[in-house]
Design a protein around this ligand. Sequence first.
Ligand code: B12
Length: 247
Amino acid sequence: MAEIGDIANEFIRDEIDEFLEKENERNHIVELFAQTRPLLQDIAAALIDGAHEEVDGLTQQALSEGIEALEIMDDGLIAGMGIVGIKFRDNFIFVPEVLACARAMKAGMAHIEPILSDSGVEPVGTVVMGTVKGDLHDIGKNLCIMMLRGAGFVVHDLGVDTSEDEFIEAIEEHGAKLLGMSALLTTTMPNMGKTIEAFIDEDLRDDIKIMVGGAPVTPEFAEDMGADGYGKDALSCVELAKELLSE
Ligand code: B12
């Protein structure tokens, strides 16, 4: 078993020491980083620090040194985001810090995505995501999208205040088999149900899977409105997406 001392990057070692309290998560992350190239550890560290310009530069450096785009994404960007996700869940950091990290992830992904799409790496699946009609909250949805893209999904982001028709058009246009809806207001949550009804009316409901999420949404509410699944955070969104598309 790897030890924390096997990790070259001091910042990552300190982050693990200070913020990773659950033993199984800690062991998993130590194992992961102990096997990661030092340069990719530096990328993860810069991402956790929200230093987008540094992530941008280091990602380009890693590519120019011949490291595979997929490896940079998995062992640098996604691994770093894993620590960010845990710190956010356990209330060590809050939305502004997560947004800074998301910006850094985006800076790295800007170099990785074109390479992955050119290299014909098959996307894991295609997802249409949006915040429902009347609702302007998009921070959580954007985190989910970022993690989905990081996990290899192609995501068409419809943004906020998305009508039933816009969801239907996007699903048809992109041939997507999975729809994700987000809502943060109790007043807009019912629009998820209305969108599901619109898919039924158009005879399209059986062609797709539907997942929902957002702070006020519960698994019971999701089931009642006829969704196929509910995810409590960005990590479970990725798991759920994989599960629904494999059915
Ligand atoms: C930031 C914020 C805003 C920002 C939004 C900026 C933006 N670009 O998103 C602004 C200032 C615009 C705003 C406006 C309003 N807001 Co506001 N807002 C918040 C706040 C503080 C944080 C929300 C947030 O981003 N959370 C962090 C993210 C990461 O969490 P999340 O969205 O839940 O997402 C996670 C999971 O739920 C899940 N998830 C999310 N979506 C999906 C989708 C799928 C498919 C899956 C699987 C998972 C998933 O994964 C995400 C990542 O882990 C909350 C309070 C709070 N602490 O929650 C109030 C809050 C949501 N807002 C509230 C209100 C009332 C409003 C306003 C009506 C205020 C006003 N009077 O104008 C307006 C409404 C505007 C509109 N029409 O939408 C209330 C809602 C109350 C209610 N029960 O309905 C809250 C709870 C504040 C409160 N305590 O009163 N808001």
